[in-house]
Design a protein around this ligand. Structure first.
Ligand code: SF4
Ligand code: SF4
Length: 329
């Protein structure tokens, strides 16, 4: 499908149209000055100048705390009945899209997670270009993750070049063609930076736990977990079961957990597989820059910069990763 152009003054018409297709969410600045993905109700303008939201879009796919199974004596364990209505996320930056792509690999693999799968299939993704600041590393983070979206809006003078990335995107373009004009503007090559072209998988070397730089970083970590909460690709969770007072029913609940927390690595018998802070810090490093498990070799850092913005100790893993990688990529 040829690229089309939408003028900035027609954006509100596009948003009105999108509202007819489902619940519309986008970056909204609150009274506290923080930008969050929130409902884009009529009259609420998305904050397109904001570079990053407090929490990434993962909150829509993996709820912070949710029931994953109900138990009754008669029926045994049953999936909760969740009515998932069509939703549209507007204003996702390439790193946000790459983060969703990573979560898709985690939760839609061989054994798809039913709750995630239902929400994902009802979600339309609309990306938008941005200009990185000093906290972003997307432009120098090689990644095999694709920044896929149904529609992508590249900012140009006076508006946006709109490109479709799926049949759903084609339908949306077709349905708003009265406010689009065909154009031969090409989307600049670096629009989605590294996420445009999948790169080969790579393996950063293991960290040497005696490396002084490594130790210095780990010593500075407060273990607050903020970097993990705000990371688009951190998806560790804990599973808890709560028995009902009737003694014959129960709820199984999944809630976000955090590899920087001591409790995360504690298992039955009081054993811990990451017993001190340095080990927990290394664990996070491995996940972000090497990948592990089924996604070994797929770095999970999409370069959004959130962890660097929120860390109260001002820690940044990137210089260590770049040094181990033989210099900045
Ligand atoms: S590690 Fe930091 S910069 Fe990388 S994706 Fe996570 S929050 Fe963003
Ligand atoms: S935000 Fe900083 S201090 Fe808190 S757990 Fe992460 S690295 Fe440690």
């Amino acid at each position: 499908m040829a690229a089309t152009f939408i003028a900035t003054h027609n954006l509100e018409i596009l948003l009105d149209h999108l509202r007819q297709h489902g619940d519309l969410y986008g970056p909204v600045r609150g009274d506290d000055g923080a930008v969050r993905f929130a409902p884009l109700l009529p009259g609420t303008a998305p904050d397109l100048a904001a570079l990053r939201t407090l929490l990434p879009a993962k909150k829509y796919l993996l709820h912070p705390c949710e029931t994953i199974l109900n138990f009754t004596a008669d029926a045994g364990y049953q999936l909760p009945i969740e009515v998932v209505s069509p939703s549209i996320l507007f204003g996702l930056h390439p790193c946000d899209l790459a983060g969703i792509s990573y979560l898709d690999q985690l939760f839609l693999g061989d054994e798809p997670d039913p709750l995630y799968a239902a929400r994902r299939s009802s979600l339309t993704l609309i990306g938008i270009s941005c200009t990185p600041d000093d906290y972003c590393t997307c432009y120098r983070t090689p990644s095999p993750l694709a920044a896929q979206s149904d529609l992508f809006l590249q900012s140009v003078d006076g508006g946006f070049v709109v490109t479709s990335g799926s049949p759903r995107g084609d339908e949306l373009v077709e349905s708003v063609k009265n406010i689009l004009v065909e154009c031969d503007l090409s989307v600049p090559e670096d629009t989605r930076r590294f996420f445009c072209a999948p790169l080969s998988q790579r393996h950063l070397p293991e960290t040497d736990e005696t490396d002084p730089e490594w130790q210095e970083l780990a010593d500075g970590c407060l273990g607050c977990g903020a970097c993990s909460v705000c990371c688009p690709t951190c998806a560790c969770f804990d599973v808890l079961e709560f028995g009902g007072l009737d003694d014959v029913s129960a709820l199984r609940v999944r809630r976000w957990d955090n590899c920087l927390f001591k409790s995360h690595s504690q298992v039955a018998g009081g054993v811990s597989f990451c017993k001190d802070r340095a080990e927990r810090f290394r664990y996070r490093y491995r996940h972000k820059y090497r990948g592990f498990g089924a996604l070994e070799g797929v770095p999970a850092c999409v370069g959004c910069g959130r962890c660097r913005v929120v860390c109260p100790a001002g820690l940044d893993l990137r210089p260590l990763a770049e040094r181990l990688d033989g210099g900045a990529p």
